[in-house]
Write a protein that binds this ligand. Sequence first.
Ligand code: NDP
Length: 246
Amino acid sequence: MDINFEGKRILVTGAGRGIGRQLCIVLAKSSPNVKVVALSQTQANLDSLKAESPNIETVCADLGNWDETRKAVQSVLPIDLLVNNAAVASLQPVLETTPEAIDSSFNVNVKSVVNVTQVVAQNMKDRKVAGSIVNISSQASQAALKDHLVYCGTKGALDIMSKVMALELGPFNIRCNTVNPTVVLTDMGRLGWSDPEKAGPMLSKIPLGRFAEVDDVLGAIIFLLSDKSAMINGVTIPIDGGFLAC
Ligand code: NDP
């Protein structure tokens, strides 16, 4: 498939590690004149990303800090394509869930998505350009997972917020969709699923019999960012080998 991001500026949050980092590297190679902006919270991770892929522009900000984030995103405008990828996972049983875990997770996984999207989409609207926003959700938005009360809650919120964004921004030709992966063995994935006693039962519920690879997720994100999905708006795409279908 011929996908071209020539001349586009693409912002990826949570780009220091895992899915976001690999996405930046792939996007930066996708077209000769594409500009990828990687936002994350640890400067050392951004420095090593820049060393690996020197054309990437980096910006360091804590998405949990509303004002700092707004300033950081304003400093990298204009942006044509946005991937709200950053998230945290805090695993606690229902009866032991702390108010701190609720606040810190919703702050990064939900509130910061509104913040970043507001700055980017307002600028797209002002410039009268089409845009695409991809929010990285999870199968956990639609299926209960033990000890994932807060994480599931944030991803459920993200799915429906993305549909409201699709509704309100669609008239300005700004699309918004989510991808909803199953387990990917990044740092975050290993936190919940590296124990074979937990991984086994999860794998047995995935018809394809394996966890997702980072590349499985990137393919769907890149499709949704591109013009190949020009009529797709407000969807949640599982990348789960059939987990949510069963
Ligand atoms: P990782 O934990 O590997 O990476 C998360 C990235 O987000 C890091 O670069 C981290 O920054 C950044 N980040 C976290 N908090 C903040 C913050 N406050 N401000 C700025 N940056 C922040 O996660 P994954 O790559 O695994 O996950 C990416 C997305 O995919 C997330 O939305 C996740 O919920 C989703 N997902 C992941 C699955 C999995 O199994 N891995 C399954 C389904 C969905 P730093 O490097 O600076 O610490």
